[in-house]
Design a protein around this ligand. Structure first.
Ligand SMILES: CCCCCCCCCCCCCCCC(=O)SCCNC(=O)CCNC(=O)[C@H](O)C(C)(C)COP(=O)(O)OP(=O)(O)OC[C@H]1O[C@@H](n2cnc3c(N)ncnc32)[C@H](O)[C@@H]1OP(=O)(O)O
Length: 238
């Protein structure tokens, strides 16, 4: 069990471009530039007290191995242009005709490219036995929708990132096919919330993952969501 979990996390690491991880579609290998390796899921001066407290609580749970802290980077999906190109041609051949590969070199994960404390601050933890990913998330002032509230698109983004991480850990290269969200209460801007995801079932290439967003004291249920992810099949020519 531990070995397969480690293998899947290794695969997620590969998706995130960790140094030394195998990338089966990659045509080249070699060291990545250092800036790829700053882990943005570690405490920063901009984090609130609640964010730090929850980070510490989950890190404590990691000590016996039941939970795993998932690192997070802000760089492009892959380290070299050949890798990007190989990935897109293997998995997204139809889309590849419309993609400007030069621009791809500037691509970054958009949740990780605001100045510290202004946008998406988050850290995720994974429990293999329970098939859960929990995200501790604080949406900064640049994510405002209605005055004083977090933009619904920002909430949807973080739900997608959380359930997407769960799907990638389970099955590797996946895409969101369906994301169904009920916004039940507005999320106060700059408050910390817990995004709890649960892998419900896998049927062939389909992964069903549910999710909720709660206040830190778990008294307020802000959002509920269900999602469907599809494991990409290179034979299908999406
Ligand atoms: C690789 C990532 C690296 C990331 C690096 C790390 C960074 C950290 C990131 C954190 C995580 C972020 C996660 C973000 C993830 C996105 O946001 S992805 C972006 C948004 N999604 C998209 O653009 C997907 C667009 N859609 C598609 O490309 C295609 O529809 C799909 C989803 C690939 C499926 O196409 P397909 O492989 O041809 O599947 P198809 O054979 O049609 O259907 C397979 C089955 O699924 C069912 N199905 C398909 N679609 C649906 C649907 N919408 N509703 C219900 N059933 C459906 C079919 O009915 C079929 O069922 P069965 O007949 O087998 O029972």
């Amino acid at each position: 069990m531990l070995r397969s979990c480690a293998a899947r996390l290794h695969a997620v690491g590969a998706l995130r471009g960790l140094r030394g991880c195998a990338r089966p579609w990659a045509r080249s290998s070699g060291p990545a530039p250092e800036f790829f390796h700053e882990d943005h899921s570690l405490p920063k001066p901009s984090w609130s007290k609640d964010m730090r407290l929850l980070f510490d609580q989950f890190m404590k749970k990691c000590e016996d191995g039941s939970w795993i802290h998932l690192p997070s980077y802000n760089y492009t999906l892959f380290q070299r242009s050949q890798d990007i190109s190989a990935f897109i041609h293997a998995y997204l051949p139809t889309a590849s005709k419309l993609i400007n590969e030069e621009k791809l070199l500037q691509a970054k994960i958009f949740t990780r490219n605001f100045e510290d404390g202004l946008g998406f601050e988050y850290v995720m933890f994974y429990n293999d036995v329970e098939k859960r990913v929990v995200c501790v998330f604080e949406g900064g002032p640049y994510l405002q929708g209605m005055p004083g509230c977090l933009h619904g698109g920002a909430i949807a983004t973080m739900i997608d990132a959380t359930v997407g991480t769960s799907a990638m850990i389970a099955e590797g290269i996946v895409m969101t096919a369906n994301l169904n969200i009920n916004f039940k209460r507005p999320v106060p801007l700059c408050s910390v919330v817990l995004i709890n995801s649960q892998l419900d079932k896998i049927e062939g290439r389909k992964l069903f993952i549910s999710c909720n967003v709660q206040s830190v004291d778990e008294k307020t249920l802000y959002t509920e969501a269900t999602s469907l992810f599809i494991k990409l099949d290179p034979e299908k020519q999406v």
